[in-house]
Ligand binder design. Structure first.
Ligand SMILES: [Fe+2]
Length: 357
């Protein structure tokens, strides 16, 4: 998968799978020169008096962003998208909940191909007032740009999904210091302890810098993006010894789960009877964007390329290459274009960077 990476401060990412793992490598590159980041100390001494304090101390929080009924309508649209492929998937027939009847995905249901990152469905979610308002509080400005990330539709009772391991990671380079990015996940179904979803190592974001002071910052361990770091079991034990515990984040339809990109995390598939549907959204201040990166973002939008999470620097653009089915052949249904392209409006233009604030 050829990747376009911008030159600015450094690259970013989401969860991965076997196909990505093949690309994983540990690179002993010298630490890059990183500029001081203007928001680095934003969550060092939290006294916001709201959920941002929990984001700062625990490394994650849950915010109501979309009314429940509307969130469930989004879930319905996600299933309609799945059923729109001529592969035989039927949400009412569990015998069709298999790879052969589904568009190609990773980790039991994460979709980035098929132009999904730019479906109208995903853009409608990015344009939700409650989502934008939450990120505006995180950063202290409502002049935001958004990532072009994908989403998950994880069906329960899957029997043909290979276990690709946990992949405990953070989506921030260990060369960075302080706060750099806040990631988001819009949850679109009831999501309890057995329903799959996000696992976070509570308290890890506050300890990350001390951790790398202890272990060193030598290697660049990533499946591609600069802003990704996979932790070894020995490294995880260091956090456990300091009281950090894994927590399964539960949420209602329409909740936005936010986490500091320094928080160690991974995802789990559903163990119960309920499907897990969510979309990954990350927003950041538009003023952080360089002109070169703004042009890259506009090019990504116009050509329906997805990105990983960081929207403002070291942008990791997913170049189009048809996803590969289990027979090793490119999926003929992956044109790289969304089935329902977004209808452009001023909010989208600003969230992309086409139009300035
Ligand atoms: Fe991640």
């Amino acid at each position: 998968m050829p990747i376009a990476v911008s030159n600015a401060p450094a690259p970013a990412a989401e969860d991965t799978d076997v196909s990505f793992k093949k690309k994983f490598s540990e690179r002993s590159t010298p630490p890059p020169e990183l500029p001081p980041f203007v928001y680095a100390s934003r969550f060092d001494h939290p006294s916001f008096g709201d959920w941002r304090d929990e984001l700062a101390t625990k490394g994650y929080t849950v915010v109501k962003a979309i009314p429940t009924e509307r969130a469930l309508e989004y879930r319905e649209r996600a299933f309609q998208w799945l059923e729109s492929f001529p592969l035989g998937f039927d949400r009412n027939d569990v015998s069709t909940w298999k790879n052969e009847h589904l568009p190609v995905h990773v980790k039991g249901g994460m979709f980035h191909g098929y132009g999904y990152c730019h479906e109208q469905l995903l853009w409608d979610l990015r344009c939700e007032d409650g989502v934008i308002d939450a990120f505006a509080k995180v950063w202290g400005t409502d002049e935001l740009i958004t990532s072009f990330d994908g989403g998950s539709i994880m069906l329960p009772k899957r029997v043909d999904v290979m276990d690709s391991g946990k992949w405990e990671h953070m989506d921030q380079s260990h060369h960075r210091k302080g706060f750099y990015c806040c990631q988001g996940l819009v949850n679109l179904n009831y999501n309890g302890p057995e329903d799959g979803g996000l696992m976070v190592l509570e308290g890890s974001s506050e300890l990350v810098e001390e951790h790398f002071d202890h272990f060193g910052r030598h290697a660049y361990k990533s499946w591609g993006p600069f802003d990704w770091y996979g932790f070894t079991e020995e490294e995880q034990q260091w956090f456990f010894d300091r009281g950090c515990k894994w927590v399964k984040v539960c949420a209602e339809p329409g909740d936005l789960i936010l986490w500091d990109s320094r928080t160690m995390h991974y995802n789990v598939r559903p163990k119960g009877d309920r499907d897990r549907v969510c979309t990954y959204i990350c927003m950041a201040p538009a003023h952080l964007l360089t002109e070169d990166d703004r042009k890259l973002r506009v090019e990504c939008f116009e050509s329906s390329k997805g990105t990983t999470h960081v929207p403002f620097a070291a942008i990791f653009a997913r170049e189009f290459e048809p996803v590969v089915r289990s027979d090793g052949k490119p999926c003929p249904h992956d044109t790289g274009k969304p089935k329902n392209p977004p209808v452009l409006n001023e909010r989208i233009e600003k969230l992309v960077g086409i139009k300035p604030y």
